[in-house]
Design a binder for this molecule. Structure first.
Ligand SMILES: C[S@@+](CC[C@H](N)C(=O)[O-])C[C@H]1O[C@@H](n2cnc3c(N)ncnc32)[C@H](O)[C@@H]1O
Length: 202
């Protein structure tokens, strides 16, 4: 994609984009490796933006169904042109339950996220996780990244706790030092049912 287009969105919507540069190929590789995508899996990408993860998914798993959500109309249009085999959905991920019937999305096996969690309140993050949870397959995986510096700034604990409330197993990758800025991946597996998650968080 045009780097300029991405940077324009960074300038206009810094709290929405939450990055100074598109994710690099090494982070994209680790994200897709850790998602452990298998034949027949339905994948949802959250905040596809620059298409760094979209490209890696489409290249390595061309036969899987991919729904790539992106809130920015400009970036969404560009993604639609670049990845005709993906279902690019230009909408906030919060709207997934509303749009799911129209796009034929019933169950999600893998979620790959590029959303800037560290910029958002726990309430906003919870609302997004809870909108997605009812769609997850029992053996679903959710992978997302944080920048190493946001861990030092204490911005990661909240997201990790919210993931642990909703998934039975949460781990993380080694840092990807070659990314700008360096980042690491959270891997959440085995979603708890909403009732179970609520009961255990009390
Ligand atoms: C940090 S960028 C990541 C872009 C790309 N995945 C990457 O790693 O280079 C975050 C992206 O999420 C998008 N975004 C932010 N909030 C969103 C929301 N509620 N729904 C869908 N996309 C959103 C932004 O427009 C931006 O493109």
């Amino acid at each position: 994609m045009s780097l300029l287009l991405f940077l324009k969105d960074v300038l206009i919507n810094p709290m929405q984009v939450g990055a100074i540069a598109p994710s690099g190929p090494d982070l994209a590789r680790v994200i897709v490796d850790t998602a452990q995508i298998e034949v027949g899996h339905t994948i949802v990408e959250l905040g596809a933006g620059s298409g760094s993860f979209t490209r890696e998914i489409v290249n390595r798993h061309p036969d899987n169904r991919l729904f790539a959500f992106e809130i920015s109309l400009r970036l969404g249009d560009e993604l639609t042109k670049r990845f005709p085999s993906a279902n690019v959905v230009v909408a906030p991920v919060e709207d997934l339950p509303k749009v799911a019937p129209a796009i034929g999305l019933r169950q999600i096996d893998r979620i790959v996220s590029g959303l800037p969690w560290a910029l958002w309140s726990d309430e906003r993050q919870s609302a997004i996780f809870d909108a997605l949870l009812p769609f997850l397959a029992p053996n679903a995986r959710f992978v997302t990244f944080h920048y190493v510096h946001s861990r030092a700034l204490g911005r990661v604990r909240g997201t990790r706790r919210l993931l642990q409330e909703r998934f039975a197993h949460v781990t993380n990758s080694e840092p990807v030092w070659s990314n700008l800025p360096p980042a690491y991946v959270h891997i959440a597996e085995n979603p708890r049912s909403q009732t179970q998650a609520f009961a255990e968080s009390r």
